[in-house]
Design a binder for this molecule. Sequence first.
Ligand SMILES: [Zn+2]
Length: 486
Amino acid sequence: MKKLALAFVVTFLLLLAVVLVRTARFGDAQGEVPAAAAYTAPAGAAERLAEAIRIPTISHEDSARFDAAAFAAFHQLLRTRFPRVHAGLRRETVAGHSVLYTWPGSDPRLPPLLLMGHMDVVPVEAGTEARWTQPPFAGTVRDGWVWGRGAVDDKSSVMGTMEAVEMLLAQGFAPRRTVMLAYGHDEEVGGHGARQTAALLRGRGVRPWMVVDEGGVIGQGLMPGVDRPTALIGVAEKGFVSVELTATAEGGHSSMPPRHGSIGRLSAAIHRLEASPMPARLDGATLKLFGRVGPEMPFAQRAVFANLWLTRPLVIRTLAGAPSSNAVIRTTTAPTIFQAGTKENVLPSRARAVVNFRILPGDSVAGVVAHVRRVVDDTAVHVRAMEGFSSEPSPVSRTDGEPYRLLERSIRQSAPDAVVAPYLVVGGTDARHYHALTGHVYRFLPVRMTSEDLDRIHGTDERISIRDYEAAIRFYRQLLLNAAGG
Ligand SMILES: [Zn+2]
């Protein structure tokens, strides 16, 4: 008995030693940051961003409402406000309203740097206009802020990259590496412009060295336990598919109902789907995220993430407990449409629902549909993947190569207080179309945001501080200097 107790104590102490050593070694991998290039924000940049906001380049779900004149006006604004860009770069129109600029580098052996953005914005939800502090398309500059729809998503990227290139041209900078700027016109409704731009480049045999699109931000208080701001680089994005479920049953008068009508059958199917989500996994971009921010956490949390060999099941259970963290460890199940019945005393013979799935890299559209069929398991409920509403999850971009390291360095030079970490983007971006061209596709917009700020994107009172916008231009300029400089 004594021997057994002793063995137990020894095993426990060994385990504790391993946990402590691993925790101690779970250190900061980010070295010194080299000094950033001197920078003075270009005069009038905030006013030019406000001008861009005043042009309502709105993407509507109903394509008949597409406003070509607004996009033509936006193109014209770029021409008049960035004359050096338009004199020095080759400009092409793609898919009618998207644009691609090419700034040839002096060394044709270097593959190009491609910076992306999108010119379109989401509409303002009907009935919420009066809640805006400043009208959404007035482009108001007041009290240190630029207000309006698109101030962040994503006119700050488009105008910010233009400002950076215009500045560099004024200073006589000539890139060694070719630089491309690609701005889509319909990111919010499918990104056909970006898809065609990627196809065009692929046809020309262009293999970008690195692609940088919008996506991650510099989060403030977004990661529990991490005090420093976290600059999140999206290295992968989830796929999506919408699955339609249709239940059929005898119709008729409601006075003599069957045991299960179409509504009951469909409700039961939806309930089963919610109760049996696809399995959770801690891998890929999310695992990389915790590997990077874990060392920034207080001791107990640091020990947990340094010892996933032991704590993984506990971590997965904890992450699954909140919608925002659950979304980065599994394919999510979201019933979004439920339709049945027209009259209170008539049994509907048909009930229809749509369930939207956001697919974790590693899972697939076909895998989701097979999962739905298996879980629903009812011959009276027909399951169908909706065409046009699906996209496979992206591969995970590399974080060990020179492009990622250079991007990380550029961010730290512009925001020295931030921890830079890779992460998984749960929404969709135009960047997904570029994974076939390069293994280095990243999503990052250098704007500081709290969770309250994030709600303003696609919501009410979207705005950017002038300071943040000027810092964004600084970042793009630093990135260009690092990637394409002498
Ligand atoms: Zn966007």
